[in-house]
Each structure stands twice: as C-alpha cells, then as structure tokens.
Design a protein around this ligand. Structure first.
Ligand SMILES: [Fe+2]
Length: 214
C-alpha cells in the first residue's frame, strides 16, 4: 500500500511541476487585462506589464511626437483594454508599457485612448470594435490586447492614440518596424515605433509614452 501512495505522490508532484506550479515565467501571458475600473485595473495590471515589460526610459526623455488625429476617431469610446474580440481580423498583439514624465517618473491614472483598423485595414465606424480607453495602473503601466493593424490606402500600419495627463491630451500614432510602407507615409515618425516581437503568440510589442511634463 505504501508503494502505491508513493507512486500517487510522485505523479501528483510531476503534474504540478508540468502545470507551472511556480508559474512565474508565465506571469505576463496569464495576466488578464481588467480595465473595468481603475481600482480593479491597478490591482490586476500592476503585476502584469512589470513582469514582461521593464520600464525603458532614460532621463531627460524625449516626449512623444504629436501627430494628426485623422478622420476616424469616434467620440465616447468604451473603457476597454481588451479590444481583440472573436472574429476580428488580424494577427493578435499584446502591447504593454508605461506612461512616464520627461524625468521618467511613471504616471498613474493617465488615460490612454486607442483606436485602429483591423488586420484588413478597416475601421469600425458604426460601432466600437478596436476602440477603447484605459487608465494606467499605480505603477504607470498599461496593457492593450489588440491585433496588428492592416494597411489602407495611403497609410502604413499604425495605431492611433490619445494620452491625457493632468487635463492635457496628446494625440499621435504608433508605428511598426520593418513595414515597407513606413517611409512612404507622410505621417510616419520613426520616434513612434513600437518594439515588436512576432515570435510569440500573441505577438508582443512595447512602447513608453513620454508626456511633456517634468
Ligand atoms: Fe488611421
């Protein structure tokens, strides 16, 4: 009988190990975006971006380059950081990072409002698919679940955003490295490139939003 118990114990131990009982290497992937309230998102997300995204910032940091809002912004989007819903075309992408000041101080409760085309280059202009805002956590972190946007005539791949800090809103766009259409896009700015890793699923990208405050 004792031999049977030993076997059972050994199997249980092996199962827990295989499931990542330690779990720490999976923290980023297992973290769920919870943008429903600022309190909830600070609790859930404070550990999420920190696990996979170190704060990359050297003071004095260069503020984001402000770029045109474009024609497709839609007022009153929902508070939502999980923009990638079932059936949305495009390569899944998790974008993480921080909102910081020029002195690299993380900014809590900064409002980040994202909108973008799907993987086929189409905006949802009748609803709010791939549109939503979130607040940064107590550590200034954000996390966006989305897709890599597609091309549409005249434009390279880009994600629009507005970041609001202390009542001031900065509007611009994020771009993706290695896209041949970047150089032919008159709005493109190399200072607004995300760091992209497409060897994961979802693909991952990081960007630090530096706002023009001390
Ligand atoms: Fe656009």
């Amino acid at each position: 009988m004792s031999f049977v118990r030993i076997i059972v114990l050994a199997l249980a131990t092996a199962f827990l190990a295989a499931c990542g009982g330690g779990g720490q290497t999976l923290t980023l992937a297992s973290a769920t975006p919870t943008p429903t309230t600022s309190a909830a998102s600070s609790t859930a997300a404070s550990s999420a971006p920190a696990a996979g995204t170190a704060l990359a910032c050297t003071a004095p940091a260069q503020p984001i380059v402000e770029l045109t809002e474009g024609p497709y912004y839609k007022a009153n989007p929902p508070q939502n950081a999980a923009l990638r819903t079932a059936g949305v075309a495009g390569t899944p992408l998790t974008l993480t990072g921080y909102v910081v000041s020029k002195s690299c101080q993380p900014i809590a409760n900064a409002k980040l409002d994202f909108w973008q085309a799907d993987g086929n280059g189409n905006y949802d202009n009748s609803g709010y698919t791939l549109r939503g805002w979130q607040l940064t956590t107590a550590s200034g972190a954000y996390r966006l679940e989305t897709v890599i946007p597609g091309l549409y005539p005249g434009r390279t791949e880009h994600i629009h955003f507005k970041v609001t800090v202390n009542g001031t809103t900065y509007t611009s766009q994020l771009f993706f490295p290695g896209v041949s259409q970047n150089e032919g896009d008159s709005i493109y700015s190399s200072q607004m490139l995300v760091k992209l890793n497409t060897n994961t699923s979802p693909a991952t990208a990081t960007f630090t939003f530096v706002v023009n405050v001390a």
